[in-house]
Design a protein around this ligand. Structure first.
Ligand code: DP6
Length: 336
């Protein structure tokens, strides 16, 4: 028996960056995120014949290291001891700052739970419990199990859904591929270095809740200008705290700066283009559907030939059983 889950990455409008010292993978800052519908991770899980776990991501077998804690949590929470075969594919560049760990661990938590339900005849696990399981893999994945708009409070074990995708169907995210290839410093080690060495870390953490509260209000009111301005503060302050680490942690490339400037220029011309960045050089731009073409043009004028992925608020992850002998669907890329 094999189960498939297709899930979209969770892009933080207000960032999680830093973990609490207590507990396992508990965020130090609250985050507010949108599901990037149109970009997808497709994960297939089954049972291994030799009782051992095996993880393949984008066609390459991975060391279990990163997955060990997660799989131990999965066995404890789901109450199933057997080995799992895991095959995951990203439709967009993985490990490059497009939040593939959020969609990856969300898809994995949901698919494993469904496999255990079907195979072992267990009653359905609640999404809140699966959000907690996903968080043990990657805190941003706790948000991605819900789709739509979701929040993860500081110190929380589980994320919570805030609005479904239908809250703001006209919203778009244009994700610019500034550089392909895996990033040099993962979010996990970058945020640890920031906490340990940046003199600005404590200020970043104490400032974050006010941005979070204001951004939730702006999102509730579908006020793109207010939300966009708060988003810019959140990513700028996150990156400022990282840049003040020892050694300094700079995720930006010249292309990132060119796109940040292009967004400012677009806004100067009355086009609502609001950028954000995560632990990598990629720039993601929030805008309204009616401005989409102008935003794409503006970004491509700044960086000719730029590859762009376009997302709209995504729904809940999809789960289904894969009939024997059939191939899983290819993940959508959002390529535009
Ligand atoms: C900058 O969730 O990838 O994308 O919990 O250590 O796996 P771990 O980190 P991860 O960090 C995401 C950081 C971010 C902001 C965000 O998604 O909130």
């Amino acid at each position: 028996m094999r189960v498939v889950c297709r899930a979209s990455p969770s892009l933080a409008l207000v960032k999680y960056w830093g973990k609490l010292e207590r507990g396992h993978n508990l965020p130090a800052t609250p985050s507010l995120a949108i599901s990037l519908g149109g970009l997808e991770t497709v994960t297939v899980v089954g049972t291994s014949s030799d009782g051992r776990d095996r993880v393949v991501v984008d066609g390459t077998e991975r060391e279990l290291g990163r997955y060990e804690d997660f799989l131990a949590a999965a066995r404890r929470i789901l109450g199933s001891g057997r080995g799992f075969l895991i095959d995951s594919r990203n439709g967009f560049p993985g490990g490059a700052g497009f939040a593939s760990s959020s969609s990856g661990f969300a898809a994995l938590a949901l698919a494993l739970a469904r496999l255990v339900e079907l195979r072992d005849g267990r009653p359905a696990f609640g999404l809140d419990l699966l959000s907690e399981l996903a968080r043990t893999g990657s805190a941003s994945a706790a948000r991605a199990v819900y789709g739509g708009f979701a929040v993860l409070e500081a110190g929380a074990e589980r994320a919570e859904p805030l609005f479904p995708a239908s809250h703001w169907p006209g919203l778009r995210v244009v994700a610019a591929v500034v550089a392909r290839g895996e990033k040099a410093v993962s979010s996990r080690s970058g945020m640890a270095a920031t906490r340990e060495t940046s003199p600005y870390y404590d200020d970043w953490v104490s400032d974050a809740p006010a941005l979070f509260t204001a951004a939730k209000k702006a999102l509730a009111a579908r006020d793109l200008e207010a939300l966009g301005a708060l988003m810019r503060l959140s990513y700028s302050r996150m990156h400022a705290s990282a840049l003040a680490s020892d050694p300094p942690l700079l995720y930006w490339l010249p292309g990132s700066v060119a796109l940040i400037r292009a967004c400012a220029e677009l806004r100067g011309r009355g086009v609502g283009a609001w950028e954000t960045m995560d632990a990598g050089p990629q720039v993601k731009v929030l805008c309204l559907e009616g401005d989409l073409e102008a935003v794409k043009r503006g970004l491509r004028e700044a960086l000719p030939g730029l590859e762009l992925l376009v997302a709209a608020p995504g729904g809940e992850p999809e789960l289904f059983e894969l009939p024997p002998g059939t191939e899983p669907p290819l993940p959508r890329s959002g390529l535009s």
